[in-house]
Design a protein around this ligand. Structure first.
Ligand code: HEC
Ligand code: HEC
Length: 292
């Protein structure tokens, strides 16, 4: 009897595993893996680890640049301090155009460039719906974050693949599917040549060199981290790495030489990537022109 019960269970699990991912599941997958929204929007403890019970409630990271001071806001459905009063269309506009709703706090104010809108504009309509659907299911948490201070007009560097756009027909090619994931994961925002606040995606794609200050909660004296060269260059980049070595760096934060990668490389999020998605990301990275 017991044995039959167990077998029945296994069949049930196998069946549910085979059914198509729902839109909300898809949204949760994107938000919590490749898009790593929580890497900026979730608060952290003293050791720099995300506080799961307060996920997406903001206030964890404040970005200070010559153009703005902005704290990642509360994106839970809390009506007063989160985005609970925003319509689906308003959330989508914030994600792909970087403009707040024309009502309420900071009405119509553009979002600082740190919010990766120039990459998110590549999102396919189904994925955008899925993300908004998932954000509605997150636990509402009351948490007010400091207002941003804007000192210069917002400038967003356009990302060629996002400008060109994607459609599902392109995804028959693993390289284009990988390019889509790398775009919405804004990998190249950190990993491209960067100078005085401007990214060079045209001649510096994947070149690395951008310096990040020590993350909040890191022990005193922790040095800055520098984004690596992830072009296909065999010496300066990752061209000579095996697929397994690249996969291990992206999902477990271990470089080829065994060194553990520092923040803000979000490998804890990428650890949840599906094997097929990781394989396509690697297929795309292999095509990034080599740079020394
Ligand atoms: C690199 C850090 C970073 C990442 C990654 C990021 N955000 Fe943001 N986001 C910000 C910052 C900072 C702001 C506030 C900008 C400002 O105040 O001008 C913001 C603003 C927003 C807003 C507007 C909220 C408000 O109250 O004005 C929404 C909605 C939002 N982000 C959703 C998301 C979602 C969903 C994701 C993942 C798909 C995401 N963000 C990924 C940093 C980030
Ligand atoms: C928020 C910035 C940021 C984003 C987004 C980001 N990375 Fe990184 N990444 C870094 C930094 C910084 C390092 C170097 C950390 C160190 O050396 O300790 C790094 C290291 C790496 C390495 C190791 C390379 C080496 O030579 O050690 C790989 C591979 C990598 N990233 C791939 C990716 C991919 C693929 C994505 C997108 C899915 C991505 N990164 C997104 C900042 C980022």
């Amino acid at each position: 009897m017991f044995r039959i019960g167990i077998a029945g269970c296994v069949v049930l699990l196998a069946t549910s595993g085979a059914t198509a991912e729902s839109s909300i599941e898809r949204g949760g997958y994107l938000v919590n893996t490749i898009m790593a929204c929580g890497n900026c929007h979730s608060p952290r403890d003293a050791e720099g680890r995300t506080i799961a019970e307060r996920a997406f409630s903001g206030g964890g990271l404040t970005f200070t640049t010559p153009a703005f001071i902005a704290t990642a806001p509360n994106i839970t459905p809390d009506v007063e301090t989160g985005i609970g009063s925003w319509s689906d269309a308003e959330i989508k506009r914030a994600l792909v155009q970087g403009i707040r709703p024309d009502h309420g706090h900071l009405a119509s104010a553009p979002l600082a460039a740190i919010m990766p809108v120039n990459f998110y504009r590549a999102l396919l309509p189904d994925d955008l719906d899925a993300i908004v659907g998932y954000l509605r299911t997150v636990k509402p948490i009351r948490n007010e974050v400091p207002d941003p201070v804007y000192k210069a007009p917002v400038r967003r560097d356009s990302y060629p693949d996002a400008e060109a756009g994607f459609n599902k027909a392109m995804f028959a090619d693993p390289v284009r599917r990988g390019a889509y994931l790398v775009t919405i994961g804004h990998c190249m925002e950190c990993h491209s040549a960067w100078s005085r606040g401007v990214s060079d995606f045209k001649t510096g794609l994947g070149h690395g060199g951008r310096v990040f200050p020590p993350h909040q909660g890191s022990p005193d004296g922790t040095p800055d981290s520098v984004a690596a060269n992830i072009t296909s260059d065999p010496t300066a980049g990752i061209g000579a790495w095996t697929d397994q070595e690249i996969a291990r760096a992206v999902t477990h934060g271990m470089a080829r030489d065994g060194r553990i990668l520092k923040p803000p490389m979000g490998y804890a999020y990428y650890a949840g990537l599906k094997d097929a998605d990781l394989a396509d990301i690697i297929a795309y990275l292999r095509t990034v022109p080599p740079l020394q």
